[in-house]
Design a protein around this ligand. Structure first.
Ligand code: AP5
Length: 261
C-alpha cells in the first residue's frame, strides 16, 4: 500500500501514520521528521531548513526532494509507505508522480484529513512531546495522559517540551501556507481519482477506523461514497464539525528521535 496523508498542520497526519504503520506494517515517511533530524544534527542542510521551519514557511523543494529520494531508496519502503507531510505543493506532487512512475510504484490513495480550524489551533497549542523518548502528548485534548506512565528511556516522568514551531505566530503562518501551497493538491489528486476525504475530528481510534475504511483495509468496509468532491478548507471557528468530541493521545504513538526537541 502506497498512500499519502494530506491535511493541515495538526490534522493528525503523524498520529494516524503511526497507528496505520503499526497495523499495516509499512513505514511512515515524514519529511517534517527528516528535516527536524537534520536540524538536530546541525548538518548544512539542517541549518538551511531551520530558518524556514521556525518561520512556518516551506523548506526549499530541492532540499526536501533530495531527502525524500534518499529515504525512499531504503529497503523497508519496498512493501509500501505512508507519506506524512509530503508532497506539500504542486511541484513536489509532480516530482513524486514522476519518481513513482519511473519506479513503477504508483500511489494507491491519497487521504485528506479534515478538521475544524479552531480544533487545529487547539491541538497545536496543546501538543507536547517527551524530550527523552519523543512520545507525543496533548495537554489540551488529552490532559494528564503523560502522567499515566513513565518514560521508557529514563524510567522517570516524561519531560514535556513544546515544538519550536507550535507557537501562536508560527502556527498562523503554517496554516496560511497550507491554504496557499498545499490545498491545491486536493484538486490535483481528485483529478487523478486517488482522493478520499475523511472527518478527522473526534476520538483518535475512531479516526483510525474511518481511515482504514477509506483505504479499504481488510476488516473494514470501504466507504461507499468517498467525499472526493467535498474537500474543503479547515472549517472556521464556530462552524461546528464535532471538534468537541472527546479525544485521547494514542498510547502506541511514539515519534522517532527526530521528533525530539
Ligand atoms: P511537519 O512536521 O510535517 O508539520 P505539519 O504538517 O505542520 O504537521 P504537524 O506535525 O504539526 O501535525 P500533524 O498533522 O502531524 O498532527 P499530529 O498528529 O502531530 O512540518 C513542519 C515543518 O517542516 C513545515 O512547517 C515546513 O517548514 C517543513 N516541511 C515539512 N515537510 C515539508 C515539505 N514536504 N516541503 C517543505 N517543507 C516541509 O497531531 C497534533 C496534535 O494533536 C498532537 O498533540 C496529537 O496528540 C493531537 N491529536 C491528533 N489527533 C487527535 C484527535 N483525533 N483528537 C485530539 N487530539 C489529536
Amino acid at each position: 500500500m502506497r498512500i499519502v496523508l494530506l491535511g493541515a498542520p495538526g490534522s493528525g497526519k503523524g498520529t494516524q501514520s503511526q497507528l496505520l504503520m503499526a497495523r499495516a506494517g509499512i513505514p511512515q515517511i515524514s519529511t517534517g521528521d527528516l528535516l527536524r533530524a537534520a536540524v538536530a544534527k546541525g548538518t548544512e542542510l539542517g541549518l538551511k531548513a531551520k530558518e524556514a521551519m521556525e518561520a512556518g514557511r516551506l523548506v526549499d523543494d530541492d532540499i526536501v526532494l533530495g531527502m525524500f529520494r534518499e529515504r525512499l531508496a531504503e529497503p523497508d519502503t519496498r512493501r509500501g509507505f505512508i507519506l506524512d507531510g509530503f508532497p506539500r505543493n504542486l511541484a513536489q506532487a509532480h516530482a513524486l508522480e514522476r519518481l513513482l512512475a519511473a519506479l513503477k510504484q504508483p500511489l494507491d490513495a491519497v487521504v485528506q484529513l479534515e478538521v475544524d480550524y479552531s480544533e487545529l489551533v487547539r491541538r497545536l497549542s496543546g501538543r507536547r512531546s517527551c524530550a527523552d523518548c519523543g512520545r507525543v502528548f496533548n495537554v489540551l485534548t488529552a490532559p494528564g495522559a503523560a502522567a499515566h506512565d513513565l518514560c521508557p528511556k529514563t524510567g522517570a516522568a516524561h519531560r514535556l517540551v513544546q515544538r519550536a514551531d507550535d507557537n501562536e505566530a508560527t502556527v498562523r503562518e503554517r496554516l496560511r501556507v497550507y491554504e496557499e501551497k498545499t490545498r491545491p493538491l486536493i484538486d490535483f489528486y481528485r483529478a487523478r481519482g486517488l482522493l478520499r476525504v475523511i472527518d478527522a475530528a473526534g476520538d483518535v481510534n475512531e479516526v483510525t477506523r474511518r481511515l482504514m475504511k477509506a483505504l479499504g483495509v481488510p476488516g473494514t468496509r470501504r466507504a461507499s461514497k468517498t467525499r472526493s468532491g467535498a474537500a474543503s478548507k479547515p472549517k472556521k471557528k464556530g462552524s461546528g464539525g464535532g471538534s468537541k468530541a472527546k479525544s485521547r493521545t494514542p498510547r502506541a504513538r511514539r515519534r522517532p528521535a527526530a521528533r525530539r526537541r
